[in-house]
Design a binder for this molecule. Structure first.
Ligand SMILES: NC(=O)c1ccc[n+]([C@@H]2O[C@H](COP(=O)([O-])OP(=O)(O)OC[C@H]3O[C@@H](n4cnc5c(N)ncnc54)[C@H](OP(=O)(O)O)[C@@H]3O)[C@@H](O)[C@H]2O)c1
Length: 333
């Protein structure tokens, strides 16, 4: 597995990172902890030695599962987690209403990057992850009610205390990163990026490249759609929010599946690869992309996704794939 520098930090990450949102179950129609733990361990075996999680993924559950999966193997893994989304404290910028995945009670999710909240969250994450240091600590979403100086001061303090090793952000604009960097070094940004969502090419990717900030991108498989496993027949269970996503609506799904069949399938066949591996290889081959954070729900998926890092697409193949997805345009309403 190719290892790449995480911005100006001392950390190196594999070009494929394990994404632990789905194994928290919430928004994904549930999850099985035993299978999730086996998936993380299989990923580690395959060289995917960085795990990305967050407190909000299952309201603590994903972090706990990651902690259990790494029992006895902590030294093999880079743990990336996040702060700034609170479901248990009504302070900051209101984000959305939801239902608590364990208690079933209504809850309000707030973006909260205040210093006190970050310090509290970090302690809780360390406990759930069963570790004494978080390798990469990321602000999950910007919080319009908190001055970024206050947020970065808190992140710096955590680093000085040895509780985190590197500071990252997620879903931040270049202007926000500029503000942060006046106070603290920002090792990485975590934006959304895939063949179907290429908006960051206009601003975030060039900004990060120019400023030595790593870009670890999320949802590179468009939540499974780019693997071809989301067929026209596939229905999602209750609580799997993909049924509401634009690209998953049937006319859009049809267009994606046609593009995969026409353009990506022959390229995949030439490499002895799967559609998902080609999507991963395309993503991590884009200039400025440091790593793709890929979710996996089974050991088989984890192993398959890890191998995506080994597929070397030619420039002509990359161009043909890009043109095919550019021709798709935006999802139909
Ligand atoms: N910072 C943020 O705001 C943010 C937001 C979203 C995600 N993330 C991070 O990015 C990670 C990845 O994003 P994501 O989970 O949204 O989407 P993704 O990686 O594009 O897709 C993951 C899903 O695709 C399916 N899949 C994965 N490998 C497959 C394979 N080999 N064959 C067939 N299907 C496969 C699985 O679902 P099924 O098997 O159920 O189809 C899996 O849960 C997350 O886990 C999280 O760590 C961060």
């Amino acid at each position: 597995m190719e290892m790449r520098p995480l911005g100006s930090s001392e950390i190196r990450v594999p070009s494929v990172i394990f994404g632990a949102w789905a194994i928290g179950g919430w928004y994904w129609g549930g999850s099985d902890d035993v299978v999730a733990i086996a998936s993380i361990r299989k990923a580690l075996d395959a060289g995917v030695t960085c795990i990305d999680t967050a407190p909000i993924y299952g309201c603590g559950r994903s972090e706990e599962v990651v902690g259990r999966a790494l029992a006895g193997r902590r030294g093999e893994a880079i743990i990336a987690t996040k702060c700034g989304l609170r479901w248990d404290r009504e302070e900051g910028e209101f984000f959305f209403d939801d239902t608590h995945p364990s208690t079933g009670k209504p809850m309000k999710v707030y973006r909260n990057l205040r210093a006190g909240s970050i310090m509290e969250e970090c302690e809780r994450s360390l406990r759930r992850l069963a570790t004494d240091v978080i390798d990469l600590y990321q602000c999950h979403w910007p919080d319009a009610t908190t001055d970024l100086d206050e947020t970065m001061d808190a992140m710096l303090r955590l680093r000085e205390q040895g509780k985190i090793r590197a500071i990252g952000v997620s879903n931040f604009t270049p202007a926000m990163m500029d503000r942060c960097r006046k106070v603290a070094p920002v090792a990485s940004d975590q934006p959304e990026y895939s063949l179907l969502k290429r908006e960051i090419e206009a601003d975030v990717l060039p900004y990060c490249r120019a400023n030595g900030i790593a870009t670890i991108v999320y949802s590179p498989l468009e939540q499974g759609l780019l693997t071809g496993a989301v067929t026209m027949e596939r229905a999602f269970p209750e609580g799997d929010y993909r049924s509401d996503r634009a690209w998953f609506q049937r006319p859009n799904r049809r267009r994606v599946l046609d593009t995969l069949a026409r353009t990506v399938r022959p390229i995949a066949a030439a490499h002895g690869a799967t559609l998902g591996q080609v999507a991963i290889a395309w993503t991590i081959g884009e200039p400025g992309v440091t790593a793709a954070i890929v979710g996996a729900r089974t050991p088989e998926q984890a192993e398959e996704n890890a191998r995506g890092a080994d597929v070397r697409l030619t420039e002509d193949e990359r161009r043909r794939i890009r043109l095919a997805f550019e021709a798709l345009g935006a999802p139909l309403p």
